[in-house]
Design a protein. Structure first.
Ligand code: DAH
Length: 325
């Protein structure tokens, strides 16, 4: 092929280039081992020596033409690649965002955690106990013998084998003393069961039990702990009152009320007292050496006050509209 024809082809070829791949093919076509310019250059040795300089010069011009075509083609292709990716990745900021619904913690979980956080920060262990309980742990060991009227108030679910669904978390008091001895500081959050259902009662609900056993524990210790807890849970300006009450497993016993700021009514939030010596002895400690205080509260009730929930049953209805509030 002669030089002028090659030059014309070169121009035509580079004009058509649209991809990196085609460009690579052109490099091979012209300057590869068997490329057209390469082949032409080899011919120089067959020429008569006086023609060689002119020919050499022309080949040189051809090469630099090739180089400049190559350079601008390469530039064009790179620009094209950038433009394509800009086009593809373009973000339309006016489109609405994509919505992902996120799970939330259940109000009872949050309430339990808030209670547990307070007591663990004061050194209480968090204990667990069985929901299927024996008569002994649920009643007898808590100073509630078989013919005791307090048993009637518990609306107990009995199982066929004589066991029952625990009616309160208090049996964990006994189990913890048996397991760990004294001194002892525990709370036990968990499910309890009573055959009862209306606006303010569900057959399954949650309680948190608390128990402290040591030497010389007195009512002042109990009162201080509960007041500090109420400050933390309901805020520091909450009015509190301890009202004398009766529980078989504590003596003396009290119920704790807080003043509802909205309705100006006293609301009962927990039972408490000094652990009855019979309970301490039955659990295997010496009541002459050890004393203690205990308290128990309903978690639904605490959640109800924290979130101003009207109907207790909405906590268990799995209504997402309610739960996501
Ligand atoms: N177990 C009681 C109930 O379910 C609540 C209770 C009252 C627990 C006084 C206590 C306590 O530990 O000292 O009604």
């Amino acid at each position: 092929m002669d030089l002028d024809a090659l030059k014309a082809n070169l121009k035509k070829d580079f004009k058509k280039i649209v991809s990196q791949e085609e460009l690579n093919q052109l490099k091979v076509k012209y300057l590869g081992k068997k490329g057209q310019i390469t082949e032409l250059s080899k011919n120089i040795k067959n020429l008569p020596s006086k023609e060689r300089p002119t020919f050499g010069k022309k080949i040189g011009e051809l090469r630099s033409l090739y180089e400049s075509f190559l350079g601008s083609a390469q530039e064009k292709i790179e620009l094209q690649i950038i433009n394509e990716s800009l086009e593809k990745d373009r973000i339309d900021v006016t489109l609405p965002g994509s919505y992902k619904s996120q799970g939330k913690l259940h109000p009872l979980t949050i309430t339990t955690k808030k209670i547990a956080d307070f007591f663990s920060s004061k050194g209480y262990l968090i204990e667990d106990g069985p929901e299927i309980e024996s008569d002994y742990y649920n009643f007898d060991a808590l100073n509630i013998p078989k013919d005791h009227p307090a048993r009637d108030m518990h609306d107990t679910f009995y199982l066929e084998n004589g066991n029952l669904l625990r009616t309160h978390t208090s049996p964990v008091q006994i189990r913890s003393i048996e397991k760990r001895g004294a001194p002892l500081k525990i709370i036990c959050p968990g499910k309890v069961y009573r055959s009862d259902a209306d606006k303010t009662h569900t057959p399954m609900f949650h309680q948190v039990e608390g128990l402290v056993i040591n030497e010389n524990v007195n009512f002042g210790h109990l009162k201080n702990e509960i007041m500090t807890f109420i400050d933390f849970f309901f805020g520091p300006d909450t009015k509190v009152r301890f009202r004398p009450s009766y529980f078989p497993f504590t003596e003396p016993s009290a119920e704790v009320d807080i003043m509802d700021k909205k309705s100006n009514n006293w609301l009962e939030i927990m039972g408490c007292g000094l652990v009855h010596p019979n309970v301490i002895d039955m659990a295997g400690l010496d009541s002459k050496k050890f004393s203690g205080f205990a308290f128990g509260m309903g978690i639904e009730r605490m959640a109800k006050l924290l979130y101003e929930i009207e109907d207790m049953r909405s906590l268990f209805s799995n209504d997402l509209k309610f739960l996501s509030q």
